[in-house]
Design a protein around this ligand. Sequence first.
Ligand code: NAP
Length: 272
Amino acid sequence: MTRTVLVTGSSSGFGRATVRTFLAQGWNVVATLRDPAAWDGEASDRLLVRALDVRDESSIDTAVTAATQRFGHLDAVVNNAGMGLFSVFETTPQSVIDDLFQTNVYGPMRVIRAVLPVFQAQGGGRIVNVTSSSATVPTPLQAAYGASKAALTVFSEGLEYELADQNIQVRTVEPGFVPTTGFFTQTSARFASIPAPEAYLPYIQKQIAAFDVQPPAGYLATEDDVAATVFTAATDESGLTRFRVGGDTLDGAAARRQSDADYDAWRTAQFA
Ligand SMILES: NC(=O)c1ccc[n+]([C@@H]2O[C@H](COP(=O)([O-])OP(=O)(O)OC[C@H]3O[C@@H](n4cnc5c(N)ncnc54)[C@H](OP(=O)(O)O)[C@@H]3O)[C@@H](O)[C@H]2O)c1
């Protein structure tokens, strides 16, 4: 039987590449996005494009129902939709941090609640949550963003225990920085809209200069690398729960595995 995946945040970046990858692998795909009229990607009789805002439960329920009505079953869900944030915490409005957690943490939770009854009725399913390397190695100007992705990572690992007996697996995909997506542009625009007090300016300038340093070719992941890793996370049968992608992610994870003192020395050299 042809397997079916539902992907959130399919309008651009990793989500769109993930839709492309699963279609190429022969799956049925439910590509969901906030504005389905804006879909200008693939067309296929194995593709259903539906509205889904991860902050809106009724839109999630409607998309999940449409998925099962069209394809009869749902094998995997990819919680990819997310919001970035570069800012200094002190001047970041609480409403922006609320938006961040509503999208990056409570959004996937809402989607998972909606698909669990479907997975249970079918006898199993796979949940893939797209987190970030910032969940393993918090980076400057992203304290709140890293906190949201760390929350999703910890939630995913805890949930895995609860669902294992029901043949429902939870996996995380942890991409590093991928500058080709709209993520960086939108996050930068958000940054520009949150003025920082003068005391932070030397720190901010240093961090912006660090962004201008080009890593070696092939070091950072591409959208397609991330999509391929999402596909692996959705289909892998080894029991691995955490899938990292990108040279920066792998180096950060290796640094984190050192002693606390060695990790502190590494992160100070990298970022402080
Ligand atoms: N790019 C990176 O460097 C990077 C690194 C690590 C992790 N990530 C994570 O990877 C995921 C995808 O990011 P990306 O790089 O592909 O960025 P992107 O191109 O900006 O994609 C983000 C997607 O999330 C959607 N979205 C935002 N809020 C939503 C909501 N309330 N409901 C439904 N969809 C919503 C956006 O849709 P609209 O078009 O409707 O806004 C867009 O399709 C995110 O979770 C991000 O945190 C990105």
